[in-house]
Design a protein around this ligand. Structure first.
Ligand code: NAD
Ligand code: DAU
Length: 339
C-alpha cells in the first residue's frame, strides 16, 4: 500500500512515519510537508535511507501540488497530520490556522474525490470538544460530546472535522477521524509545555506556568497515538470518529514538578505567569469505543513515558539546541518576556 503522511516532518507525523516503516515494511510511505517552523527534515534523517520512504516538500493547501502528488503516487491511504498546532500561536495570529487546517484539509479531500482513495484519515484533537470543569472528575469526552471550541486553533480543527464528515456523507469519501489527547515524547517541538519545561530546566531558566498551573491535560505517549491511528486506518469503520486517550490526567503543575524531580532541579525555578486567554480547564478522553472496537490500549504509563522523554531530550541535545538558537528565540521573547 502507498500511504501519504502529511505533516510527517513534525512531532506526531514523524513518529508515525517511523511506526509505519517499522511495523509495515511492505508499505510505501510518502511524507508531504511544507517544512514550516515546526517541520524538520533532520527529524526524518533515519527514514531517508529507507527505500520505502520518500519526502516531498509541499503545502497541503496548494491544490496544484497536491493533485500532482496524487496523480503520480496514486495513494491508497492519506493520513492528515499537517496543521498549525500551537494554541498560543493561534491566539496571536489566527489566519494561518484557517488556511492550513481548514483549506488544506479541503484540498486533500478534493484530491481524494478526484483521484479516488481507500481511506482518508483526519488526525484531530480532543480540543474540538472544548473543556470540562475542574470540579467534575466524573465527566469525560466521548465521541458524541458536542463540539464546543475555545481557541482559533481548536475552531479550525473542528471546522476540518465537519468538512471531513460532509465529504464522507456527500461524496462517499471513505474517511475516519481520530480525536486524541495531549501527546508527549521524542521530537516534540520546544514551544509545547513538556519540552519547553525540560529545556528551560536544563538551562536553570524560569519555568513559565500559566495561571495557577491547575489546568488538567490527559497525556498520551506519542507511540500509543501512532499505534491507535495505525489500527484505525487498517481496521476502523469508515464514517466513524475514534477518541484516543489513556486516562493519564495531570495538572500542569504536577507535570512541571515531575520534570524537575527527574532532572534533580528545585521547584524555585517555577514562575507563575499571566494565563493563556480562554484557557481550557480540563481535557479527559473516554477511550471505550476504540478499546471495544479495535482492542487498542495504551502501552506506556505517564510515569515511565515522562522519564523516557526526559532521557530523549538529554540524549538528543543537538536536535533541540539547533531549534532554540534560531527563529525560536524571537518567538520565546515575544511570548514570555514581561509576561
Ligand atoms: P507539529 O506542529 O509538530 O507538526 C506539524 C507539521 O505539519 C510540521 O511538520 C509542519 O511543517 C507541517 N505543516 C504545517 N503546515 C503545513 C502545510 N500547509 N502543508 C504541509 N505541511 C504543513 O504538530 P503535531 O503536534 O505533530 O500535531 C500533528 C497533528 O496532530 C495536528 O493535526 C494536530 O492538530 C494533531 N494533534 C496533536 C496533538 C498533540 O498533543 N501534539 C494531540 C492531538 C492531535
Ligand atoms: O489536547 C490536544 C492538544 O494538545 C493538541 O491538539 C495541540 O496541538 C497541542 O499543542 C496540545 O495543546 P495544549 O494547549 O494542551 O498544549 P501546550 O503544550 O501548549 O500546553 C499544555 C498546557 O500547559 C496548557 O494548559 C497550557 C500550559 N502551558 C503551556 C506552555 C507552552 C504553560 O503553563 N506554560 C507554557 O509555557
Amino acid at each position: 500500500m502507498t500511504i501519504i503522511v502529511t505533516g510527517g516532518a513534525g512531532f506526531i507525523g514523524s513518529n508515525f512515519v517511523y511506526y509505519e516503516l517499522k511495523n509495515h515494511a511492505d508499505d510505501k510511505i510518502i511524507c508531504l510537508d511544507k517544512l514550516t517552523y515546526a517541520g524538520n527534515l533532520e527529524t526524518l534523517a533515519d527514514a531517508q535511507g529507507n527505500k520505502n520512504f520518500k519526502f516531498v516538500r509541499g503545502d497541503i493547501a496548494d491544490r496544484e501540488a497536491v493533485y500532482k502528488l496524487f496523480e503520480e503516487e496514486k495513494p491508497d491511504i492519506v493520513v492528515n497530520f499537517a496543521a498549525e498546532s500551537h494554541v498560543d500561536r493561534s491566539i496571536e495570529d489566527p489566519e494561518l490556522f484557517l488556511r492550513t487546517n481548514i483549506i488544506g484539509t479541503s484540498v486533500l479531500l478534493d484530491a481524494c474525490r478526484k483521484f479516488g482513495i481507500k481511506r482518508f484519515h483526519q488526525v484531530s484533537t480532543d480540543e474540538v470538544y472544548g473543556d470540562l470543569p475542574l470540579d467534575r472528575p466524573d465527566l469525560f469526552f466521548t465521541e458524541t460530546t458536542n463540539l464546543h471550541t475555545s481557541s482559533p486553533y481548536s475552531a479550525s480543527k473542528a471546522a476540518a472535522d465537519l468538512l471531513v464528515q460532509a465529504y464522507q456523507r456527500t461524496y462517499k469519501i471513505p474517511a475516519t477521524i481520530s480525536r486524541c489527547s495531549n501527546n508527549y515524547g521524542p521530537y516534540h517541538f520546544p514551544e509545547k509545555l513538556i519540552p519547553l519545561m525540560i529545556i528551560n530546566a536544563l538551562h536553570d531558566k524560569k519555568l513559565p506556568v500559566y495561571g495557577k498551573g491547575i489546568n488538567v491535560r490527559d497525556w498520551l505517549y506519542v507511540e500509543d497515538h501512532c499505534a491507535a491511528i495505525d489500527l484505525i486506518i487498517r481496521r476502523g469503520t469508515v464514517g466513524e470518529v475514534y477518541n484516543i486517550g489513556g486516562h493519564n490526567e495531570r495538572t500542569n503543575l504536577d507535570v512541571v514538578k515531575t520534570i524537575l524531580k527527574i532532572l534533580g532541579k528545585g521547584e524555585e525555578l517555577i514562575e507563575f505567569v499571566t494565563d493563556r486567554k480562554g484557557h481550557d480547564q480540563r481535557y479527559a478522553i473516554d477511550p471505550t469505543k476504540i478499546f471495544n472496537e479495535l482492542g487498542w490500549t495504551p502501552q506506556t504509563k505517564f510515569d515511565d513515558g515522562i522519564k523516557k522523554t526526559v532521557a530523549w531530550y538529554l540524549d538528543n541535545r543537538a536536535w533541540w539546541e539547533k531549534i532554540i538558537s534560531g527563529e525560536y528565540k524571537n518567538y520565546y521573547a515575544k511570548m514570555y518576556d514581561n509576561r
